[in-house]
Design a protein around this ligand. Structure first.
Ligand code: NAG
Ligand code: NAG
Ligand code: NAG
Length: 304
């Protein structure tokens, strides 16, 4: 008996040791850092030459990414915050001559405004500590790897002879990987101009006020947001319809009882007194009907 208990005890021990080992090994699968809600995410963009719009590569042939222009509101290049949905104003204080020409390339679709964000927090995520010059090759290495998620900013606008119209209100959509798969990791990103907003008119030396409406989605699916051209049928609309129908019915009843019914009763009384009237009216009606059926008959005859 005690031998059996001993065996059972040993089996349990083996089982729980295995379980503990498995639990201890679980976090070792992926030790890379992840974002928590509110973490700042720096946006960097492909450097391009302002004369041709061609991308700039470093000595080792890697694409060179440089920080997004500094926003006047924060004094830092554009940053978005993990899982935080809000409107971010980012005014570029002074559109320099090269930047103006790049904007021309972007809105004229000669070159895309190609930016990117780190998939996971960078080891050195503080932009202040960044040294772009020395880091250029390191910066570029991520362009083909899974360290970065591309963020193409589809900037629209129109070129004019002396100036530029830029649709500077943009929507930015970001997907975080599903929590069950890899929480705190960015999966996809895009941004695009809203063309129905009044565009910003820009000449060299002006400020360019960008507004980014940021929305986050967890998982790969976009929720369906279409409510039709006419908008939703809200419960209030439905109640309004029912109440209007009720009111209309009430008005009709009152009208019929108060006006129409007494009149009909009066007419009925008159008709009974002057008998021939009704017959005359009916006769007129019959004549009209007869004419139209005659016309139809002629048409049919022609067809045959
Ligand atoms: C971008 O490229 C241009 C042209 O090669 C260069 O002059 C400029 O310094 C680069 N920008 C940054 C921020 O490194
Ligand atoms: C940018 O900020 C500076 C100082 O904070 C201010 O003087 C300037 O007017 C601002 N520019 C714009 C376009 O808001
Ligand atoms: C952004 O700027 C617009 C207009 O300049 C202003 O009305 C709005 O309040 C600003 N939003 C934020 C979040 O600062």
């Amino acid at each position: 008996m005690s031998g059996r208990i001993m065996l059972l005890f040993q089996l349990c021990l083996v089982f729980f040791t295995a379980l503990a080992n498995a639990a201890a090994q679980e976090p070792l699968v992926d030790e890379r850092p992840i974002y928590s809600a509110g973490d700042a995410i720096p946006v960097t963009c492909l450097n391009r030459t302002s004369d041709t719009g061609e991308h700039v590569t470093d000595a080792s042939g890697q694409l060179q990414y440089v920080p997004f222009p500094v926003c006047n509101e924060t004094g830092r290049p554009l940053e978005i915050y993990f899982g935080v949905e809000k409107d971010i104003n980012c005014t570029i204080d002074f559109i320099s001559d090269p930047m103006f020409h790049l904007l021309e390339f972007y809105v004229h679709n000669d070159a895309p405004m190609t930016c990117r964000i780190p998939t996971r927090p960078m080891p050195d995520s503080s932009l202040a500590n960044r040294v772009p010059k020395e880091d250029a090759s390191v910066e570029g290495q991520g362009s083909l790897s899974d360290e970065y998620i591309p963020l193409i900013i589809a900037l629209t606008g129109t070129l004019q002879l002396s100036h530029l119209h830029v649709s500077s209100h943009l929507n930015m959509l970001l997907h975080a990987a599903p929590k069950s798969v890899s929480p705190g990791v960015i999966d996809a990103a895009t941004a695009y101009s809203i063309s129905t907003r009044p565009p910003a008119r820009i000449v060299i030396g002006d400020a360019l006020p960008f507004t980014f409406s940021i929305r986050w989605y967890s998982g790969q699916q976009l929720p369906s947001g279409w409510s039709g051209v006419g908008g939703h049928i809200y419960a209030s609309t439905l109640i309004y319809c029912i109440l209007s129908a009720g009111a209309a019915a009430a008005i009709c009843t009152v009208y019929f009882r108060g006006v129409e019914l007494p009149r009909r009763l009066r007419n009925h009384g008159k008709d009974r007194m002057t008998g021939g009237m009704e017959g005359g009216r009916l006769g007129g009606y019959g004549y009209t009907a007869g004419t139209s059926s005659y016309a139809l008959g002629t048409a049919g005859g022609k067809r045959d």
